[in-house]
Design a protein around this ligand. Structure first.
Ligand code: BYC
Ligand code: FE
Ligand code: FE
Length: 474
């Protein structure tokens, strides 16, 4: 069977003129669809979903809305248009023309970065596989599916790079991306957070707020890459990432809204009383926040990393906003402050800037994460309630990097193991919290209806009303 790939796979990379690539994609595509059918959203193959599909890379083309069945979604390949005369802007190759092909000496590292990035995309779809069964509304169900198909497209974006630029081992890596499974003991996904289950919608909103934001920062760092195709691919992926973080931020804001309404209406504050009303108390929200934030901080890697130094010096992965920073972009003589444990206390220590690039990116993420938390607190403030949510200390609950070996409380105190054990139930979701949140998860699919624990959104999608039939089940 011959497929018109230009037609079937919207793209701006002249797919139809590259026979080798076309053959590679022809072999990979059925395996991708098989993976989607197995690991994509449970029981959703026949649903008609009101989705946005990117049909070209320009402003008018990347936001085309229509009903589609997800297996027919047109997973496209888009790179932002090339920038005339672009250079490698940092590291030891600074000032050379940006690479249009993979430089031989950096091939292994580049492949590793592309594979690590690519691996997270299907992992998140796997993590979210069962959520559709307990959606709080059609609006939310549609947003979940939108995020899922776009993470699928992000996988395509990385697979395009592997198949177009890495020859045979690229094709093997593309297959392996469909073989690993989130949480599988014998063939897990590469990074820690992508093997954690996303069992309920509160976890999902926290995940899209925090973990998709790791996506934003990693993609921004890769969008600076001296390997031009990677830079252009990730730039386009960032246009989609904004919606994922919106889903998280607005989702949590709506949960908070609903809790505030219940507190005001019934004049109660205690978690038990709120739970009895079927809304999520702030202490539980804070524990979920603590968990997803700390697990996501780990995704930035060790605070001192020779890998990070190599990625930067080789021109493969830049800093956030690299070209807007005023310095030499080589960083050989610079330092950066990281946190270390000295005599049972956390202190700042100056270390070479090159090895601390993971920490620098993590710090940029921390700053960005704070903005949404401030907006969530505004919702609580508007209801005249005294409670506030906080980001826990950077060292809280860490598994990767130097702070891995230290127990740190959410407010930044170094703790003994017994002190940690005695308090951890106040800081991280307990089995009881999870059981309670699970108990709230029912399936609400009547247009315009919302589960009791979450407020409706202020607006629908693409100017449609909130009670629009965003998903049709047949
Ligand atoms: N879990 O030297 P280090 C997204 C490993 S999210 C498990 O610090 P490096 C998305 C590490 O591999 C964005 N292992 O590592 C969001 C290394 O292993 P080896 C994803 C970990 O390389 C939501 C060792 O520990 N993109 O797009 O400097 C939905 C030493 O560590 C972890 C990227 O991450 C971990 N958390 O930094 C959908 C960008 N952390 O060498 C999608 C590409 C570290 O000892 N990746 N290790 O075997 C990278 O830039 C780097 O690989 C990392 C790690 C920043 C992740
Ligand atoms: Fe993604
Ligand atoms: Fe995302």
């Amino acid at each position: 069977m011959s497929i018109d790939y230009n037609e079937k796979i919207p793209n701006n990379v002249n797919l139809s003129t590259d026979k080798t690539l076309q053959r590679a994609l022809e072999r990979w595509q059925p395996n991708y669809l098989q993976w989607w059918k197995e690991m994509g959203p449970e029981g959703s193959l026949d649903f008609d979903v009101y989705l946005r599909t990117a049909i070209s890379a320009d402003a008018s083309g990347w936001a085309h809305f229509d009903y589609v069945k997800m297996p027919d979604y047109r997973w496209g390949i888009f790179l932002t248009p090339p920038e005339e005369g672009r250079l490698v802007n940092f590291g030891e190759h600074k000032g050379e023309p940006a690479w249009q092909e993979v430089p031989g000496e950096h091939r292994a590292n580049l492949r590793r970065i592309v594979v690590t990035q690519g691996d997270t995309e299907p992992a998140s779809v796997e993590q979210q596989k069962h959520l559709g069964l307990t959606c709080p509304s059609l609006y939310d169900l549609r947003n979940l599916f939108q995020v899922n198909v776009e993470e699928g497209r992000h996988l395509w974006a990385m697979v395009y790079l592997l198949q177009r630029y890495f020859g045979r081992d690229g094709r093997e890596e593309a297959e392996a991306l469909l073989q690993r499974r989130s949480g599988a003991a014998d063939h897990p996904r590469i990074l820690g957070a992508f093997n954690e289950p996303t069992p309920d919608w509160l976890s999902y909103f926290m995940f899209t707020y925090f973990t998709d934001r790791d996506g934003k920062f990693q993609l921004c760092a890769l969008a600076e890459s001296g390997f031009d195709p990677l830079a252009r691919t990730t730039q386009f992926m960032l246009t989609e990432e904004a919606h994922h973080m919106f889903v998280g931020e607005s989702g949590i804001a709506r949960v908070i809204q609903r809790t505030c309404e219940a507190m005001r209406e019934h004049q109660v504050e205690a978690p038990d009383q709120l739970r009895a009303l079927g809304v999520i108390d702030f202490a539980t929200l804070q524990r979920y926040l603590n968990f997803h934030y700390s697990v996501t901080l780990d995704l930035f890697g060790a605070d001192q990393s020779s890998n990070a130094a190599t990625f930067f010096s080789s021109g493969l992965k830049g800093r956030y906003d690299e070209t807007k920073i005023q310095d030499d972009h080589v960083l050989k003589n610079d330092t950066y402050k990281i946190l270390v444990l000295e005599n049972d206390a956390l202190v700042e220590k100056e270390v070479p800037a090159l090895v601390s690039l993971n920490e620098r990116l993590r710090d940029a993420f921390v700053k960005d994460s704070l903005r949404g938390v401030t907006r969530w607190n505004k919702v609580i403030e508007r209801h005249g309630l005294p409670f506030r949510l906080h980001l826990p200390h950077k060292g809280f609950n860490r598994r990767i990097g130097a702070l891995n070996a230290v127990r740190i409380s959410p407010d930044g105190h170094v703790l003994s193991e017994p002190a940690w054990a005695a308090n951890v139930h106040r800081w991280l979701p307990t089995d009881e919290d999870r059981a309670f949140v699970t108990s709230l998860m029912g399936r609400v699919i009547e247009p315009g209806k919302f589960a009791n624990w979450i407020a409706p959104p202020a607006n629908g999608i693409k100017g449609k009303p909130v009670d629009f039939e965003y998903v049709r089940f047949q």
